[in-house]
Design a protein around this ligand. Sequence first.
Ligand SMILES: Cc1ncc(COP(=O)(O)O)c(C=O)c1O
Length: 350
Amino acid sequence: VDFRSDNVSRAHPAILEALLAANQGPAAAYGDDPATRRLAGRFSEVFERQVAVWPVATGTAANALSLAAFTPPWGTIFCHAGAHIAVAECGAPELFTGGARLMPLAGESGKITSPAIEAAIFREGDVHATQPAAVSISQTTELGTVYRPAEIAALADGARRHHMVLHVDGARFANALVSGAGTTPAALTWRAGVDVLSFGATKNGCLGAEAIVLFHPDRDARIVEELGYRRKRGGHLLSKGRFLSAQLEAYLGDDLWLANARHANTMARRLAAGLARVLHTAPHAPVESNQIFIALGAAVAAGLRAAGFLFHDWPGIGDGGCRLVTCWETTAEEVDALVAAAGKLRSAQV
Ligand SMILES: Cc1ncc(COP(=O)(O)O)c(C=O)c1O
């Protein structure tokens, strides 16, 4: 049973059906196909305003391209020290921006705050230092927690004071949306001051499709023009773009994205509650989405692995620290099997 990542999941059957349906006859290439032309309209409905959308194949491309669109080579991008852009993208944001500087910050529960950014800004307007350009947050965070609209608004206000934009790495945006924050896609983004979103879909059921969503295409007309070139130059203008767009359409259609994320989050809550019951251990961070970080104890972790359960070690959060991730196809039986096995291992110890 595999709890290593939501990336280990299959593509959802509805996505595969959409791909088969898109695989009929010829279609215009490079994003000029009907599905891609429909996409901005569909995203605009979801976000309750006119947005501009660029489908890409990976989250790294969405992040690096959207940050590069707003950040000059002499810019500083503030983010959490654990942010995917800082630790898991092999320097793509630095490459795509032409050498901008990432400024990783510490923060509770995977979150950064405006005062922490304020404290890290230095030598503004001084030609000898890189200059504030963007704040990037992950939603959900890398610890599976969720920024509330008020927290995002505070970050956006702080960013504005220094003429910075607010970018969201929404690789798990759907999981954040249904986390119980009782909110809407609009409230979680542009209404709170977000300028640009890397909209994730792959982890939550797609085969491989993400999108850059720009919330103020009129205000940011230059960015709209440039992003087309940046995406092509970055190798993410797919010739058979219809297959990216078909995935995104099906993902947003019939609320598949919300249903998948709700299921994954429910399974995570079940898993966290079960582990708390049998191990008497609270998770390292509040379980608000589909990731659990918990110190299982080295013996329990080893025993679970020996029993065939897969998950990643997560050093720095205690003895036998690990990360367990649920996804759209995790079953209650799989969750209960892990909890039961952990309980048995724990009883054998005492
Ligand atoms: C927070 C976050 N951002 C972005 C990504 C996108 O990564 P990829 O380029 O592998 O699609 C991931 C994937 O693990 C992620 O966890």
